[in-house]
Design a protein around this ligand. Structure first.
Ligand SMILES: C[S@@+](CC[C@H](N)C(=O)[O-])C[C@H]1O[C@@H](n2cnc3c(N)ncnc32)[C@H](O)[C@@H]1O
Length: 357
């Protein structure tokens, strides 16, 4: 696994725009490299200040050398430390830009922001990551924009691994279920689930060729019980079918059974695919139908998450009840939420082709 990469320049530019970086601002960058710190120094100008922190001394040495060579050395403070504690020596910051995958928002970051400060952070929510721009809104933090992205994971105190459940396939090989935030009651209940014939179910919901559906992943990660990613090892029938090369190597667990997402060609002249599910175990049909029900619900709620639909509620704050569906991702220091549009006032994007029962 890669521990440090230079982020794509378009994403760095997008995150700088998400944070609204402007001349004169004091900015903390979490995760160094040099290039993005140079961009930040350029934008904040001579009246601003940039601090960049990285846990890896080799990275900070390289960042220092690169910044010196580019003429920004005197304008960026490079710190070697675990960013779990922020960098209190130079706080407060008008903006914190996290350039490494975070599973949670550490309290130090939020405390080291000015009253109207902004944090832009690639936040992992049950496997899927969005770069979110959060600003204070009363007791909680409300998003103003969201960007699909991928980052190397946080190391140090904020590192968070995933749990793996290996299921032996009687036809050969091992299918692995990977859990990020989901807790399942009794993993042993799934032993033998692959000994049953699979059951398929289809939703009647289509995605057109080139259609966008990335937010489906977050709907399922937040609302499908027992959500997990699925890896079909060599020799398994699922791998032979090319399951791991599909867009949907994930599913959900229901007591002694589980389901995985499937797609099939729509057969329509304009191409596209239909979403469906395949269940395994003694309750294979019920598991597949549960996933299909979530596919239909996602379709009914407009498919897309607005940029201001995300929030972060520090531990001790109360999440208000809502009539709209809310995905909750419980963290150590708080809870991340996504509030979906309600079905009545959610106009369907024109380019999404939707078939109803
Ligand atoms: C994607 S790279 C940062 C890229 C950089 N901003 C640039 O200009 O291209 C992510 C960095 O985060 C660092 N990192 C990981 N965990 C960290 C932690 N707990 N505290 C500080 N830095 C961390 C890694 O060492 C790695 O260098």
């Amino acid at each position: 696994m890669s521990l440090s990469t230079v982020s794509a320049p378009w994403l760095q530019a997008r995150m700088i725009a998400q944070a609204g970086i402007a001349p004169g601002m004091r900015v903390l960058e979490v995760g160094s490299g040099g290039y993005n710190a140079g961009l930040l120094a350029h934008v904040v100008g001579a009246t601003g200040q940039v601090v960049t922190v990285d846990i890896d001394p080799e990275i900070t040495a390289r960042a220092t050398a690169g910044l010196d060579a580019a003429g920004y050395g005197a304008r960026v403070r490079v710190v070697t430390a675990d960013a779990e504690h922020g960098v209190p020596a130079h706080a407060d910051y008008d903006a914190i830009m996290v350039t490494v995958g975070a599973w949670d928002l550490t309290p130090a970051w939020l405390e080291q922001l000015t009253g109207d400060g902004v944090i832009v952070v690639p936040l992992r929510m049950n496997t899927f990551t969005r770069s979110l721009a959060f600003r204070r809104s009363g007791e909680h933090w409300a998003s103003t924009s969201a960007q699909l992205c991928g980052f190397v994971p946080m190391q140090g105190l904020g590192a968070r691994g995933e749990r793996r459940l290996h299921l032996r396939d009687p036809a050969g090989g091992v299918v692995t279920l990977l859990f990020d935030e989901t807790e399942i009651d009794d993993p042993r209940a799934l032993t033998g689930a692959l000994e049953h014939d699979p059951v398929q179910a289809w939703s009647g919901r289509m995605i057109p060729a080139q259609g966008q559906f990335a937010d489906l992943h977050l709907w399922l990660a937040g609302l499908l019980p027992g959500f997990c990613r699925v890896e079909a090892g060599p020799g398994t029938p699922l791998a032979a079918e090319g399951f791991c090369r599909t867009w949907f190597p994930f599913g959900g667990v229901f007591d002694d059974s589980f389901c995985v997402m499937e797609v099939r060609e729509s057969g329509r002249p304009d191409g596209g695919h239909e979403f469906g599910a395949r269940g395994y175990g003694p309750h294979a049909a019920e598991a597949a139908e549960e996933l299909v029900a979530q596919l239909k619900a996602w379709d009914a709620h407009g498919r897309k998450i607005p940029g201001d639909a995300y929030a972060y509620w520090p531990a001790g704050t109360t999440i208000p009840t809502s009539e709209a569906p809310v995905c909750q991702f419980r963290k150590v220091h708080g809870t991340a939420t996504i509030t979906w549009p309600s079905p009545l006032n959610a106009p369907l994007p024109v380019h999404d082709l939707v078939e109803r029962d």
